[in-house]
Ligand binder design. Sequence first.
Ligand SMILES: [Zn+2]
Length: 353
Amino acid sequence: MGNIFGRRPAAPGGESRPPVVMGSHVDSVPTGGRFDGALGVVCAIEAVRALDDARVLTRHPVEVAVFTNEEGARFQPAMLGSAVLAGKIPLEDAYQARDRHGIRLVDELERIGYLGPEPCAARPMRAYLELHIEQGPLLEEAGLSVGVVEGIVAIAWTRVTFHGDQDHAGPTPMRTRRDALVAAAEVVRSVRRIALELGDGPVGTVGWLDVHPNIVNAIPGKVVFTVDLRAPSDALLDRAVAGLDAAVRDAAAAEGVRVEAERMMRVPLTRFDSDVVGAIQAATESLGTPHRRMLSGAGHDAQHMATLCPTGMVFVPSIAGKSHCEEEATDFDDVERGANVLLHAALRLAEPV
Ligand SMILES: [Zn+2]
């Protein structure tokens, strides 16, 4: 699958113990930044080097993991390497994923020399730790260096299609129109209202619209669009999805258009392991690092790893909250504090001898 694992052996007698794994991904998005994913891998390698420099031996092996295709920018779905490892997606299906030029993932892995001989299969792991940039503004706003991540928000994706009447933009009177884009516009506004009405946590986004025929002088006869809803609990997400369904029905009725709605994806709230979160918390306290508990608003490989072994994440601040853009950055003082938290949390779990 192209996932990479590097191993630092345990102290003598400990090689058969399950490893403490640290990692993230090194793929990116078009015109993305240098920190998303790569920082977690670099900090994991640095943590292993620090153990070597200090000649610290551990009862459990310590591993660095790099997962293939986390972003899903070229091959869908996202988080593909960790999904295959976790048994969520069959290896053969992942191999057949094609980019927009029709090139298969398996052929690209072979071409770049990453179609390795090791099976991509789960094995016992003591813990998985992932350091990642926050990709939001909360840590910077609070002046904190580290987020102790307790889990990942619940996510629902819906694809909505409105079928109206395509017609001429000139001779067709306003009173007889069934405009699929007008109905979609109502839903775009409703998604924002629904998220705001549910309080501080939930967020909603219409990020993709496909308008037919998408020309100046025709009334749109068909619009397909996606709705991304996220919430800090499954119950709140249920309420957001119910609100969306009502808004879609109302918009269709008001404009007299036909509607199809399809659930593309539903991921329940991921709650990280309390022992691993506790080890991260203890590391921040022993180092005196200013921190807060928080949820991740974005999906990460840790989401799949949490189904395989006790898992936790360390966040470091994103300057101005920006990510998936070239301005993406983290102050290197914060990187150092986060890397030390990662190191000391991993050390607690790997048990120094
Ligand atoms: Zn990432």
